[in-house]
Every structure is written in C-alpha cells, then in structure tokens.
Design a protein around this ligand. Structure first.
Ligand code: 475
Length: 800
C-alpha cells in the first residue's frame, strides 16, 4: 500500500489519543503498541474486505488448512513488511523518538503450537497469502499457549503462557458466525417413510463455538486470507439439565489449553473433544458460507473447497463432513463419499510410533455417537468393496477400526484423495515401509511435498543486515522470488561481498551475545564459532550426541590446555514435553555440563555452553541469524523433514547433519563440500533393526573416549547430575541406545573436526556460507504451497 510518513504520523498520533486519551509525552509502550497495531489494522482492513468480496464474487475454489496448532510468533513487523510500510513506519516512529523494535517487543508471541508442525502451518499461512492463493487456516484459539520455560537449578520448569492478558489487537471476534458443536447423548435412526434413515438425538451436550478471525496479509499484494480460531463458550439458551457450573467449566476447558506434547499421542478425552470441536465448527462455517454466498448446489461443493488435514488431529473431518452432507444437507451417501474424497487431503508429519493417533472405539462411541456410526459405515462399505479386489490381509491391515481402536491415520488416508510426507526421504519411507499396505491399495494417492519456510520472516524480518547486503549485491528481486538468490553465486569470489557477509554475521553474533548476556549472564566471545541446536527436546533429535561431543572437547582441553582450538559457543534452545521425563533429564545434564565448563577458569573463552530459556519463534529470530553452524543430527529416518535446517541455510549457517529428512535435499542443493555430513544412513539403521545386532555396550567398553565421557555422567565429574546422569548412562549402555548415539559418535567427531578446519580458512568458510544462501530458493514455503495448490488442492492464485 501507499503511505507517506506524514500520513502515518498523523494517523498514529490521532489513534493514540482517541484510544487511550493520552499523547506521545505520556504514553507507555503498551499503549504505543496498541495504537500502532490499531493503525495497521485500519490499513489492511479495506484490503481484507475487498479480497473477501473478490473471493465471494468470483466464487473461486478455496483451501482450508485444518490444524490443531499454529505458531505465528509476533505479527506486528510481519504485517508492516507485507503491507510494504515497514520502513515508513519505522522512520515515522523515529521522528517521535520511538524505536520500532522496542515497540515490537511488547507483543507476546502467539504460540498456540508446539514445534515443527505448528510453525509449518504458520509459514504456509504467510506463503498462501503472499503467493495470492486463496487458502485459510482453521484451528483453536487456546487461552493458554505453549508453556513458558524457566530453567531453575538446571531443570525445566513450566509456567503458563497467558498471551491474551493484554488483548489481541489482530483478531476479530465474529459472534454472528458462531455455531454449535454437540457431544454425547443418544442417537437413533428412523425411517422417514421415503426410505431415508434420519438421525434423532437425545440428551446432547451443546457447546457454542465462536470464531476469531486473524487476517493473513499477503506480501505486497491484494490478498488477505483468514486464520479462523475457535473459542468454546456456553450457549445462551441451555437445557436446564446442563445448566450447572461443572458444565460451564468443562465447556470453557475445550479451548483453554494447548496440549504441550510434541510427536506424542495422548489419549485423553479432552483432546478428542478439542479435535472434534474445531473440526465440526470449521466445516459448519465453510458449509454455511458456501450455501449463503454462492447459493450453489451442495452436491458441487467439491469444486469450490479443499480441506487439508494437518497430521491426524483433524482426521474427524472425514466422518464429520459426511455427517453434514448426509444428515444436514440431504446428500446421498455415495455422492457424499465421492465429494469427501475429492475435498479432503492429508499430511503425515512423523513416523514415530508413539505419535500414531488411535482412539478406543468405546470412547468415540460415547462422545460422538453419530460420528461413530458413520465411521463404522465407512469401514463396512470399504471392507465389502475391497475384499474381493485386494484380499483379506491387505484389507485387515488397513482397516479404520481394528482391535477395538479407531486408527486416525487409516481414517485420513482412506477418506481423502492425497497423502503426503514432508521430505523426499520421509515420503519414500511412508510408501515403502510405514504405510506400505495403503500404498499397495491406493498408489495414486501418495506424494511428496518437501516442507519450506516463510523466507520473509526468516530473513527479511529476522536478518535485516544480511537482507541489506543481498540487496546491494544482487538487487531486490529475491524478496519476491527466493530463487533469485542464485545470482549470489556470481559473487562467490568477490572479496567485498565475502567481507560484507562476514561482517553481517559478526554483527548478528554481537546482537545474540547481548541477548545471552542479558538472559543468562554469560559473556561469549563473538569470534568463536556459534554452534546452535534449537528444536524440541527429543531423544531422536539427539541433543545428547551434541552434549557428549562437548564433553569430548572439554576433556581435550583439560588434557592439553595449549591445544590450538578455535573457540566455540554451543547454544541450545529446546522445550521438553512436561511429561517427557527423559527429555527433561537431558536438559538438566546439558545445563550442568554448561555450568561446569563455563565456570572452569582454565578453559577461558575457548568453550562456552549456553542453554537459552524459553525457545520460541521470537528467540529463533535472534539466534538463527547469528549461527555459524546449525546442528541437524537426528537419527536417519526419524526426522520427517525438519524446517530449522532451512532457516539456518537461509541465514548462511553451515549444517552439520545426518542424511535425514530435508537435510538430504539441503546437502544436494548447497553442493558438495558446503556442509558436513556424518552418521548412519536410513538403510543402515533399518539393517540394524532387521538384524537386531547393535550393541552399544561394546562401544562403551571398547572406545576409550566414549568410556571416559559416559563415566563422567555418573562418577561426579559433571557435578549435580546424580540420578539424571545415571539415567542417561543406563539408557545408552544398558538399554542399548535406542537412537544409536554411540554408533554415530566417532563419525560426528570426525565431521566436527572437519568443520573446525574449514572455519580456519575464513574465505573458504564464507564461500560455503554464500553457496548455502544462494541455493536456498527451493526451500521457500512459497514453492511448497504452490505445489499443494497445483497437485492437491487445485486452487489458483489471484492475478494482480
Ligand atoms: C516433524 N507434532 C518435523 C515438522 O512437517 C517436520 C505431534 C503430535 C502432537 C502434537 N504435535 C505433534 C509433530 O509431530 C511435529 O511437529 N512433527 C514435525 O513436523 C513439519 O519438519 O520433522 O518432526
């Protein structure tokens, strides 16, 4: 949009006064932030209205991304950037003596997601709008987002994240669009005399679902999509039977809290209620809108909407859509089923067995009696149809209802036309191993969509310095098309460019060093290699491998203080699920290793270890630009894709990583020699599984380095970790090291040494860094959502 500085200043001052009856001399940061957000909202409101009108009038097909988590972080700068007014506003505020970055800090992170899956959903939201694609989000407006992490005496402590305390200026409550979602009670079918079976209900519990819309503003275009988040409330007119406080409590619980677990299935009733709540509310709204604005034949709805099931949490979309079509809109079963297949698509985000969602049949029957009937019917018809075609074994292996449980992945695959993994390797594993039986039956449904990241947030906002240098070097076209970064390759031997890249990295390291000092009181050397591992804490991601290597470097220096080593700062950021005991023990151990090393005067600043508290999107925006090295060291086959790997690449960090997830595609894109690869391959891991011949104890006993490091965990060398040290020691040496940490240790040490060697040659290092940046284009989520649009959703971008 066009906006003069003068106009902005006037709008802002007026808003400050009209909203808070104050002026610039007296306003506090909260007031300044609220007034600013309100002005920004005013700026995009008209674009939003116009785009909604455009969508309604053209009746274009739209996609709806159903996700139980979103992780957008802060919105202020992102909205300013996308509106094209970031600099105008920054300068306008400067004239008033106000720093935009200080104002931006007031905004709490919107953290209604755990990790990769939620952040990916938010990258998609940004990319859909920015590529002009009509694609909307649908989720839950949790009152409390992901817990805030504190580290106390080395342990993780969880505090509530009450992010809505000061209001949320971006959202719009749409009470007029509220719908009801019902649970429990009894249902029976009666013939209506014309041969139709009509469901009748008794004693249902009713919950009001109120939508809150948050605009997703496209980058310098005219698209504004919607992220709809549902809040649960007590309906105004209630059956007296339900009018009690307990009911009120239960109802508001539905949208009270995000489940803080990542990659894990938790079979609690409340979770199932949440899943049905936002699925039912979202689909009802879509159908109302379709009937209301388009007045088209309901039987044609498959031509106008696509619904995406982001992991299995929204899998109830399949039976709920069937219920709405058949029961509420009178569509015949077969037609409804064909429509459901056409509308639905599904993404799998993990092959970890503990994440595979399944619900006891009895629970679904009690909580969602009509949905249960529909699932039974889907399963029955499918079994009858497929038995003669593919035989009993395949049918049995892929049934939705099996062993008294409803298998949500099976439901998602069977009830949709597309199942995708999130990186090539992951999608291959789905086809070849994890979902092989489904692949045999429905090969045409399987496809890959390698993840991507919203590059606007992860470089234009997070790394203005680097962005500026790139502008100076190759012009600004990359800001609209990340592939244009390829032009940087022409400067791979240009001393000035290389120097500027080094300087930018150094400044970003200074910025992070200040944050580390402030948060942890630790002084780090900006000339050291900043080596970063940030992601959820999980055994398969092997933060432990990193920690063991740090101990090795420490012992090397203790044995030989004169050793010529490039100083290193190891930086961790990770939340552990509150119920994940082992992960929390690893946090404690890393913190105590950090204490020991940081307080050892003989080590000076050759080695520092920092565990940053409360890793979240905003902290990532400071940490990742400052990284020289990104750690992507999961056990091959376990990390479906990873997305921080792409963020590091974009910011010119070199990756040390295994051949897992999207790392493989990153290594290939960046070119040989520009990253550090180590460890078992997926095939080698599977070979061990087949043969059962891995013996971690042998490595402990035979490798003196490993021996010494592991002993340090239990013999008091690392102080204050008595039970946690023992727990980890045992997991490796007694319980045979589930994630092959010891098996990959030597090769990791080798790769780390190579990394250090390259770092000594700053020119060569910076060239490798440049090659990573230059080749990152394909990891833009703009590319990813276009693939979803073309291959899965069949939606078209708006022409500007
Ligand atoms: C993968 N979350 C990453 C990322 O595709 C991948 C599961 C159950 C309950 C709550 N959260 C989850 C995940 O499974 C998850 O975040 N998976 C991650 O999805 C995006 O890049 O490799 O681990």
């Amino acid at each position: 949009m066009k906006l003069s500085k003068k106009q902005f200043k006037q709008d802002f001052e007026e808003r400050l006064t009209s909203k808070f009856a104050t002026d610039l001399t007296k306003a506090g940061y909260q007031e300044i932030y609220d007034a600013l957000a309100s002005v920004v909202k005013h700026y995009y409101a008209n674009i939003w209205v116009a785009d909604n009108q455009y969508k309604d009038e053209t009746g274009k097909k739209q996609a709806y991304y159903f996700s139980i988590e979103f992780l957008p972080g802060k919105m202020l700068k992102s909205n300013l950037l996308n509106l094209g007014i970031l600099n105008t506003v920054r300068e306008g505020l400067n004239d008033f003596g106000i720093e935009l970055d200080e104002v931006a800090k007031i905004e709490p992170d919107m953290a209604i997601g755990n990790g990769g899956l939620g952040r990916l959903a938010s990258c998609f939201m940004d990319s859909l709008a920015s590529t002009g694609l009509p694609g909307n989000g649908n989720g839950i407006r949790y009152r409390y987002g992901l817990f805030k992490q504190k580290i106390v005496d080395g342990y993780q402590v969880e505090l509530p994240d009450s992010w809505l305390n000061n209001g949320n200026p971006w959202e719009v409550r749409r009470a007029d669009k509220a719908v009801e979602v019902t649970f429990g009670g009894e249902v029976w079918l009666e013939d209506d005399g014309k041969g139709n079976l009509i469901p009748h209900y008794k004693d249902q519990e009713r919950v009001l679902a109120v939508p809150y819309d948050t605009p997703m503003v496209g980058f310098e275009n005219t698209t504004v999509n919607n992220m709809c988040l549902w809040r649960s409330e007590v309906p105004e007119e209630l059956d007296p039977k339900f009018q009690n406080l307990d009911y009120m409590r239960q109802t508001s619980m539905l949208s009270a809290e995000l489940y803080p677990d990542d990659s894990n299935y938790d079979g609690r009733l409340l979770r199932l209620k949440q899943e049905y709540f936002f699925v039912s509310a979202g689909l009802q709204r879509i159908l109302h809108h379709y009937k209301g604005t388009q007045k088209k034949d309901i039987r044609k709805i498959g031509d106008y909407i696509a619904v995406h099931i982001n992991d299995t949490h929204p899998a109830l979309c399949v039976p709920e859509f069937m219920r709405l079509l058949v029961d509420e809109y009178g569509v015949g079963w077969n037609r409804a089923w064909d429509t459901t297949l056409k509308v639905m698509s599904y993404t799998n985000h993990t092959i970890l067995s503990e994440a595979l969602e399944k619900w006891p049949e009895e629970m679904i029957k009690q909580l969602l009696p009509r949905i249960y009937q529909i699932i039974v019917e889907i399963d029955r018809r499918r079994t009858a149809e497929l038995l003669p075609k593919v035989g009993a074994t395949l049918v049995h292996n892929t049934r939705i209802i099996k062993d008294g449980q409803i298998h949500m992945a099976n439901l998602s695959i069977i009830g949709s036309h597309s199942t995708n993994g999130v990186a090539k390797l992951h999608s291959d594993l789905l086809k070849d191993v994890e979902l092989h039986d489904f692949y045999e039956i429905y090969p045409e449904r399987f496809n890959n969509k390698t993840n991507g990241i919203a590059d606007r947030r992860w470089i234009q906002i997070a790394n203005e310095r680097l962005s500026g240098i790139i502008d100076e070097t190759i012009g600004k076209s990359w800001r609209h098309d990340l592939d244009e970064l390829k032009l940087l390759k022409n400067f791979n031997n240009d001393e000035k460019t290389l120097e500027q890249l080094q300087k930018a990295k150094f400044d970003d390291k200074l910025r992070l060093a200040a944050v580390i000092k402030e948060q942890k009181g630790i002084t780090v050397n900006p000339d050291a290699i900043f080596d970063v591992q940030v992601k959820r804490l999980h055994a398969y991601k092997r933060q432990l491998l990193n920690a063991l290597h740090i101990l090795k470097l420490y012992f090397d220096l203790k044995d030989n203080p004169e050793l010529d080593r490039i100083p290193r700062v190891f930086i961790f950021g990770a939340k552990a699920a509150p119920s994940y005991h082992y992960a929390k023990s690893i946090i404690k151990v890393i913190n105590e290793i950090a204490n020991m090393i940081n307080n050892d005067q003989t080590i000076k600043d050759k080695l520092k270890v920092v565990f940053m508290e409360n890793y979240n999107v905003s902290l990532a925006e400071v940490i990742i630009p400052a990284a020289n090295v990104g750690e992507q060291i999961s056990l091959a086959s376990k990390e479906a894709s990873g997305t921080s790997n792409m963020k590091f690449m974009l910011n010119g960090a070199l990756t040390i990583g295994t051949l897992d997830g999207a790392n493989i595609e990153i290594f290939e894109a960046a070119g040989d020699g520009n990253n550090f690869v180590f460890g078992l391959t997926k095939d080698e891991v599977y070979e061990y599984y087949r043969n059962g011949n891995y013996n971690a104890r042998d490595i402990y006993e035979q490798n003196p380095v490993v021996n010494r490091i592991l002993n340090a965990l239990i013999d008091g060398t690392v102080p204050n970790i008595k039970s946690e040290g023992r727990e980890i020691f045992d997991s490796l040496t007694v319980y045979n090291d589930e994630y092959f940490v010891l098996r990959d240790f030597n090769d990791y040490v080798r790769a780390q040494a190579e990394l250090e060697k390259l770092y000594r040659d700053q020119k060569a290092w910076t060239q490798a860094s440049l090659m990573n940046i230059a080749n990152v284009g394909r990891f833009s989520s703009d590319r990813t959502v276009r693939e979803y649009a073309d291959d899965i959703w069949y939606i078209k971008a708006k022409k500007e």
